[in-house]
Structure formats: C-alpha cells, structure tokens
Ligand binder design. Structure first.
Ligand SMILES: Nc1ncnc2c1ncn2[C@@H]1O[C@H](COP(=O)(O)OP(=O)(O)OP(=O)(O)O)[C@@H](O)[C@H]1O
Ligand SMILES: [Mg+2]
Length: 419
C-alpha cells in the first residue's frame, strides 16, 4: 500500500462522480484510481485497479452498492468500502456494515467529512493488514508478539466458558474481546467458539461471514469421531484469533450433541493455549457438556436484580454439579452503571465476591459492534479495553487446582441424566 490513498468513485450519476473527483483532487494524499457507474462495474474495476478505498453509492441500477460491497469483501478484500447514501436509516447502515462496508456517509456531506472518513478507513485498513498473520495455520501470530505455537502441545490448552444465566448481559462482547486481547496482546494461540448455536453473534462482531465454514459443516465428522478436518473450518481473523462460528441457520442447533461438543473441545484444546466459548444461558445437555469441560467459567452478571437472582440460583446449581468455587469467576459487566445497586449489594446478595469488573462504555462497545471491529482493537486505550485485558491476563494464568482435579477424574455429579 503506497502512501497515496487510491480511491475508486462509484455512483450512477455522472455529475456526482465528477463532483467527488474534484473534491478529492484538492487532497494531496489522495488520488482517484477510477470511476464506475454501477455496482457491477465497481467490482470489475476493483479487481483490475486494486483501489485502497471504494466510495460507493447505495442506490444504483444493475447492482446496488450493498451487493457490490459483499462481492468486494469476498473478491477484493483489500479494498475498504465507504458507503454513501441519502438515506441514513439504521437498516441501511446495518446492512452496509454487514456487507463489509467500513464507513457510512449520509449525503449531503462536507468535503472535510469525506476526506477524514477516507483517511480513517485507510489508516484502519493499514493497521489491520500489519496485524495479519504471516503464517496463518497453525500459528496465528499477531505482528510483533511472541507466540507460543513453538511449545510442544503436550499440555492441553485451557477451556474458558463465557457464561451468564441471563440473555443480553454481554457474554458475546466479552468473549470476543477477551479472545482478541489474548491473541493480539498476550501472544496466546486462541480459539473462539460460538456456542450460541441458534443465533450466534460472533461472526457479526468480527465481521466474518464465510460460506461453509461453521460448526454445521464439521458436525458429521464430529459425530463419527473423524475430527482431523476440524482445522479446515476454523477461520483466521486478522487479530490472530481463530474462530469456529455457529451454524448459519438455527435448526442445525438441534443436531448438535454433547458427544460432538466434547470431541470438538478436546481437539481444540489440544492445539490451542486458550479455547474461549461463547455460551447461551440455557441449561440443556449440550450447554452443560461445555460447562463441565471448561476449566474456568466466566460467569457474567449485571447490576440488575433479575441477573443477580439468576446468578444466585446458578451458584447453588454449580455446587450440585461439583464445580468448585475456583472454577467459577464472577464477572460484573457494566459495573459502574448507577442503577441503584452497588457492587457491595451484589456481593452481599450472592454471598461471594465479584472477581472482575468491566465498565460500561456504550459508545465504544456499540460503535465497535456495528462496525465489526472489536473495541479492543479500535479503542485500545479505553477503560473497557483495559478491563478486558486484565481479565484476559487472569484467564491466561495458571490453571485452577479445581479444574486439574476434575481432569484427574474427580467424580462429578449429574443433574438431569446427561448423555
Ligand atoms: N461493557 C459494556 N458497556 C456498554 N454496552 C455493553 C457492554 N457489554 C455489552 N454491552 C452491550 O449490551 C448488549 C448485549 O451484549 P451481548 O450481545 O454481548 O450480550 P449477550 O449476553 O451475548 O447476549 P445474547 O443473550 O443475545 O447472546 C449489546 O448491545 C452490547 O453492545
Ligand atoms: Mg451473545
């Protein structure tokens, strides 16, 4: 990538194309690589010209900008798309972001907005490329980080289940960012598993949407015990995290058995330092198989009475399951929200201390979510990122005595006659 930002302008109106080209000609660090009048032409030209940034209109005849962005994400991933539209509706924004667009400009915009958006997108793309692992399999190294793939994998990696007995409390947010922190900052060979099998969100947070690469595709092998091909379905994210996505359609979740999950986690822990699993709040047999296998349960809660009540119930259930207190780490998310409940009240109510706290930062978290770039990468200095790093350091530490005991064959109780 040269220092000049090469921009492809895509709009069906000739006058708009000329106007945009003129605006860009005043920017010393930008040049117009070409212009296109439709989505289809944009994709064809991008393949030839390899622009750094594609300035894309949404509503165009032939092929619209969102479809063109999807094609570019697959065929010319180095071209970062900045979407332009007169409609600023949330649906357009979301669809554009899901299609891989990096930025969204609502027309009319000023020349300053235009140039600063292009610069930002370009800078982020360059940073991302610098981080891309040189040897993706089997060593997902982030740039400059000491890696542990050289270690002989005689010792199995640690399975960390990110759990919480209530929906919408930040499990996926935390699982994704802790995994990114462990891989990119701590140099750990990390695999993130989306075990929210029906409506997994990990792909959205990481802007990954490949075809035929999810747990669904490896299920037959997992069932038959032929798991050598598992690695082919794990995606390398640019942060260094390796990702096993949830099935693309919810009905597949019913076909997943505890046996398949156990085989999968055993195989992944044999080849990774850390296996982070984004769980659902449900207690079905598959969910319990994951909790059983985990060395550490990051049990999340928020400052809401329903969440606190459910954690209290879960803690007594965990005792019946034979999970020692060391296996469970309580993580209070959005801990600084002033909602009338203090951390001390929570601790008093559940009868144990909160082990980790994560601040509330809607701005960084939701912005990152809508862009498909984890906040740990895009907003590394934020307090929420620092909290995540501390948590990643804690889970990366020595394995708990409790979990080792479980591995050595400690007899565990069963709740509902699991398979
Ligand atoms: N620390 C935080 N500060 C601000 N917002 C947050 C924080 N953590 C999570 N959120 C927001 O809370 C919402 C729920 O988060 P997330 O999807 O990670 O939860 P979840 O427990 O995985 O939900 P689900 O039950 O749907 O799987 C999201 O909008 C997310 O951006
Ligand atoms: Mg989730």
């Amino acid at each position: 990538m040269s220092d000049q930002i090469r921009v492809l302008i895509v709009d069906d109106i000739a006058e708009t194309r000329e106007h945009l080209a003129k605006l860009l000609s005043f920017e010393p660090d930008m040049s117009v690589a070409g212009t296109a009048a439709s989505g289809r032409e944009a994709v064809e030209l991008s393949k030839k010209l390899r622009p750094d940034v594609v300035l894309m209109d949404i509503n165009m005849p032939d092929m619209d900008g969102i479809t063109a962005a999807e094609h570019l994400a697959a065929e010319v991933p180095s071209a970062a798309v900045v979407m332009m539209s007169v409609q600023g509706e949330a649906d357009y924004l979301r669809r554009s972001m899901l299609a891989g667009a990096r930025e969204f400009l609502v027309k009319p915009f000023s020349s300053d907005e235009l140039s600063s958006s292009i610069r930002q997108v370009f800078a982020r793309e360059r940073e991302k490329q610098a981080r891309t692992p040189i040897t993706p399999i089997p060593g997902p190294a982030a740039a400059g980080q000491p890696r542990s793939e050289e270690r002989t994998q005689t010792e199995p990696g640690r399975v960390v289940a990110v759990f919480g007995p209530k929906g919408g409390i930040g499990r996926t947010t935390l699982a994704v960012n802790v995994a990114v922190a462990a891989a990119s900052e701590l140099g750990m060979r990390t695999c993130l598993v989306d075990a929210s099998f029906q409506f997994g969100d990990v792909g959205v947070l990481l802007n990954l949407n490949p075809k035929n690469k999810s747990i669904a595709d490896v299920l037959p092998d997992l069932e038959s015990g032929e798991i050598e091909g598992l690695d082919n379905f794990v995606i390398n994210h640019s942060s260094g995290v390796r990702v096993l996505l949830a099935p693309p359609s919810p009905e597949v979740a019913e076909l997943i058995t505890p046996t398949a999950i156990k085989r999968m986690l055993e195989a992944l822990r044999a080849t990774h330092d850390l296996v982070i699993v984004d769980c659902t709040p449900s207690f079905n047999d598959v969910g319990l198989a994951i909790l059983d296998m985990a060395d550490t349960l990051l049990t999340m809660l928020t400052l809401e009475i329903t969440s606190i009540k459910n954690v209290r119930i879960f803690l007594s259930l965990a005792e019946q399951l034979g999970y020692g207190p060391e296996k469970i780490r309580l993580v209070l998310n959005r801990a600084d929200s002033s909602l009338g409940i203090r951390v001390a009240d929570v601790e008093h109510s559940i009868g144990r201390r909160v082990d980790h706290t994560i601040v509330s930062d809607g701005r960084s978290v939701v912005y990152a979510l809508n862009r498909g770039v984890p906040f740990f990468l895009s907003n590394r200095e934020a307090q929420v990122s620092q909290d995540v790093l501390r948590l990643a350091q804690a889970v990366a530490g020595p394995r708990t005595a409790d979990a080792d005991g479980a591995k050595k064959g400690a007899v565990k109780k069963s709740l509902f006659g699991r398979r």
